[in-house]
Design a protein around this ligand. Structure first.
Ligand SMILES: *Cc1c(COP(=O)(O)O)cnc(C)c1O
Length: 463
């Protein structure tokens, strides 16, 4: 936020400036907070000021709200530091970083069973949001091509998805002027309904989005069933509707833990898939990936060619410059862990999620919405009226340093408030047990507070 001049002038003196008083004379000067100073300072002073301020941030290892990696091995960290100076978009200058990106795309396409008889194509992005935009844009352009051939109007494209989609899909629809068509939650169903999704489709539908790992409760959407309903629709009405799978978190879980589940390119209707390398790809933020089943599924119009080793390299991106570090770190994980390592880490996360959810259920006042057996993420609600709300539980856990968000389920079930935990790599049984202890302590506290006025609304960020 940008402060008005007047607001800054009226601030008390002590809030306008930083006073880095360490035991050195040179550090006794005041430093403006909201304006650039005329004078320079020593590197150590600048470092000290900023790292001191950051003490006030939450501890990322106790952040059970975020899906994004909060731990990497020291060697991976070192590699990231070593490569921070390389702009990954400069493919000509850094051909080896480009080669490593390409190897990652190959490895990921392979994990998602890209068909041998097709030319799959993909790229890295800053995260799943950009990757989803690219998937959605490819759908819009393909649909436009099709409609133009049929001499039909291209004025009213729509996209079908569950009401539980991540906010990037709302953004995609608004920025690219596409009508979002939502399958609403109903009763205990908080994800897409395959039949209802097919019913919402018409000739203006550019595609259907399925989510592997709903952010609201961690459940996989029934991709295969949606695909089958769309097969039926094609037989009955001749509409051929493609699917994009938003596997932001599940893209690195299902291939290792649920290899028999059909959700990827083994289903013909799946034209593109995205994932976040910085979620269960186990890399620090920000890297995402998107792969198309076949280069035919990515309209030529959207591709830009950049010079690459004297040749031309196809790129498709919204963003331009970005460090090469995350890509190198992704490749590090692939080399270092192998399939066995990924499987072990993801299985441990799932085991801990299942352990935590069962212990939370045993506490009494809570009922599980999910247990954490799809992606290692689960949510619970209150069984019945109590003298505290889940917003209060979230606040109270924060006193112990834990970030465990409470929020409302999507439209049509906004009456239901849930709390959610995302279990990530390096969240150990030790930490899980400490969290359980703190939750029990909080329950004891609430039970002694006869006149406690509970919070009916909260503002916990859900991601
Ligand atoms: C996290 C998430 C996103 C956004 O991903 P970023 O990598 O944070 O941009 C999109 N969709 C789903 C299902 C997600 O879980």
């Amino acid at each position: 936020m940008i402060f008005k001049k007047e607001h800054l002038e009226n601030l008390p003196e002590t809030e306008k400036v930083i006073l880095p008083v360490y035991a050195r004379d040179s550090l006794k000067t005041k430093v403006a907070k909201y304006k650039m100073e005329e004078e320079s300072m020593l590197p150590r002073t600048a470092y000290g000021i900023i790292s001191d301020e950051l003490i006030l941030d939450g501890n990322s290892r106790l952040n059970l709200a975020t899906f994004v990696s909060t731990w990497m091995e020291p060697e991976a960290k070192q590699l990231m530091m070593d490569t921070l100076d390389k702009n990954m978009i400069d493919k000509d200058e850094y051909p080896q970083t480009a080669e490593i990106e390409n190897r990652c795309v190959n490895i990921i396409a392979n994990l998602w069973n890209s068909p041998d008889d097709k030319d799959s194509i993909g790229c890295s992005t800053i995260g799943s949001s950009e990757a989803c935009m690219l998937g959605g844009m490819a759908f819009k352009w393909k649909w436009k091509e099709k409609m133009k051939k049929l001499k039909k109007s291209t004025d009213k494209p729509n996209l079908v998805m569950g009401m539980n989609v991540q906010v990037c899909w709302d953004k995609f629809c608004r920025y690219w002027e596409i009508e979002p068509r939502f399958v609403y939650c109903e009763g205990d169903r908080f994800t897409i309904d395959p039949k209802k999704a097919a019913e919402l489709c018409d000739e203006n539908t550019i595609g259907v989005v399925c989510i592997m790992g709903s952010t609201f409760d961690g459940s996989y959407e029934p991709v295969q069933q949606v695909s089958e309903e769309l097969d039926k629709l094609q037989k009955e009405k001749g509409l051929d509707i493609p699917i994009h799978v938003d596997a932001a978190s599940g893209g690195f879980i299902a291939p290792f833990l649920d290899p028999d589940l059909l959700w990827d390119f083994r289903l013909d209707r799946i034209k593109s898939i995205n994932t976040s390398g910085h979620k269960y790809g186990l890399v620090y933020p920000g890297v995402g990936w998107v792969v198309w089943r076949d280069k035919e599924d990515l309209p030529e119009d959207l591709i830009f060619y950049v010079d690459y080793l004297g040749g031309k390299m196809a790129t498709f991106a919204i963003n331009f410059s970005r460090p090469g570090s995350q890509i190198c770190a992704q490749y590090y994980n692939f080399l270092r862990l192998g399939k066995k390592g990924y499987r072990e880490i993801q299985q441990t996360c799932r085991d801990i999620a299942l352990y935590l959810s069962s212990e939370i259920e045993k506490m009494g006042p809570f009922k599980l919405i999910t247990k954490g057996d799809d992606i290692p993420v689960f949510a619970w609600a209150l069984k019945e009226e109590t003298n505290f709300s889940l917003y209060d539980m979230a606040d109270k856990l924060r006193e112990h340093g834990w970030l465990v968000p409470a929020y409302k389920m999507p439209a049509n079930r906004q009456d239901l408030v849930v709390q959610r935990i995302v279990v990530k790599n390096a969240f150990s049984y030790d930490l899980a047990n400490m969290l359980l202890k703190d939750m029990k302590k909080n329950l004891d506290f609430f039970s002694t507070q006869k006149g406690f006025i509970k919070k009916e609304e909260g503002h916990h960020f859900r991601h």
